[in-house]
Write a protein that binds this ligand. Sequence first.
Ligand code: NAD
Ligand code: UDX
Length: 468
Amino acid sequence: MEIKNICCIGAGYVGGPTMAIIAQKCPSINVTVVDINEKRIAAWNDEDLSKLPVYEPGLDKVVADARGRNLFFSTEVDKAIDKADMVFISVNTPTKTYGKGKGMAADLKYIELCARQIARVATTDKIVVEKSTLPVRTASAIKSILDNTGNGSNAKFQILSNPEFLAEGTAVTDLLDPDRVLIGGDTSTEEGKEAIQALVSVYANWVPQNQILTTNVWSSELSKLTANAFLAQRVSSINSLSELCEKTEADVDEVARAIGMDSRIGPKFLKSSVGFGGSCFQKDILNLVYIAKSYGLVEVADYWEQVIIMNDHQKRRFAHNIISTLFNTVSGKKIAFLGWAFKKDTNDTRESAAIYVADELLNEQSNISAYDPKVQAEQMYADLDYLNTRSSEENRNGLTAFDNAYDACKDAHAIAVLTEWDEFTTYDWQKIYDGMQKPAFLFDGRDVLDTKKLEEIGFVCYTIGKGM
Ligand code: NAD
Ligand code: UDX
């Protein structure tokens, strides 16, 4: 079966970049990305490519290449679904904030709405692809909705799981050159195998066949949660040791290098930090914990929950270290934040460590002055307001955003580096030092700055995993 028209529901951090690459690499396929968020679709269609709603290095060129040719962004969801042979569901699956499973389970209401919408409008057979990250066995719920809530048209559906492994900040290169593409489907029927093959053929336009892995649908669903759990576990593991390093004068980077050279361990994802953030790690591990609990697997659940407990500790520990170092009070003191995004090269702030560190410091009545190359003030306020710790007005009084680092750091008692943006290493640190209160403290939560040089200037430096 040859795919000619693809519809992707959800024009977010995954749907947008993923479909842009499919369109670029498969000129014979028409790709329409739809979303109910009109503002987001308008931004994807903006002539000015700097206004795309997702910032990813290189994405603007890919969009410029394909948009209007075989890549379209639209709010006409029904129309795009009906026209498509293949419908990707790439909507958000956040942690539930209400009811059973609150704070743990994935909220699948957007997924269910998509399934019902597809069933309602489809007049021809469709392959429905789970691109969103979903709890294992969600495909059976989607199938049940598709098969039982139809419009009487006799349209038939095959369901595939095709989780996305891109990381933000490197989405374009990850999509162009993935370690593997994973496709799960119904391997027990001819129709199922044909559907799997149809999606394999799409990716085969640019991904070598031996890197396209096909499995049963449950393995595919569970592999995505597992991959994120393993990656986050590595970060929490090295972060747990960062605290021990600080007590013992071991250097966490040296430890990471020493263990990473063991080919069984490998060097990646061993960078100690102020804590992992992003929309995926925490959400997916909480979901894994919830699933394990729902099967009565208490030890399995507790094992993975520890990854989150360690991460929360790391963020809190960083904030408390700032407070204790500043003579046990930050009340009325200006603390400059360099970075607000959850990692460099993205404008995404979801679950960013910066938000939680700021929250702790605001509890102690400090004044935060924040600068991030890609994050605006309103996003910072929205992130703090979302925590519901204090009123929106108090958050606005407590935090001021700046459009450059020099102004943010002026008169500050301390600087905290929360994101590893490259530009931070290029600053005139003498100038920053001269404008600060003394002693001028610097807390590097990412180990990106050259502390030796900074100490020569006069800064009092703390680096995560290395101490003062
Ligand atoms: P996102 O919030 O950026 O985008 C989701 C979009 O779906 C939103 O624009 C929303 O308006 C739209 N939407 C929701 N319901 C809709 C509906 N019924 N009809 C049309 N549009 C609808 O989310 P994201 O970061 O792109 O993540 C999407 C999924 O991919 C999640 O399950 C996530 O876990 C997974 N994932 C994310 C990443 C990542 O790096 N962000 C990586 C891999 C997997
Ligand atoms: C992650 C997965 O890597 C990706 O495969 C999946 O599809 C989505 O979730 P993402 O969250 O975008 O991607 O970024 P990632 O590079 O994994 O970083 C996540 C967080 O961990 C960031 O806050 C990052 O700074 C932190 N991190 C990562 C560390 O602190 N140390 C490391 O060594 C690696």
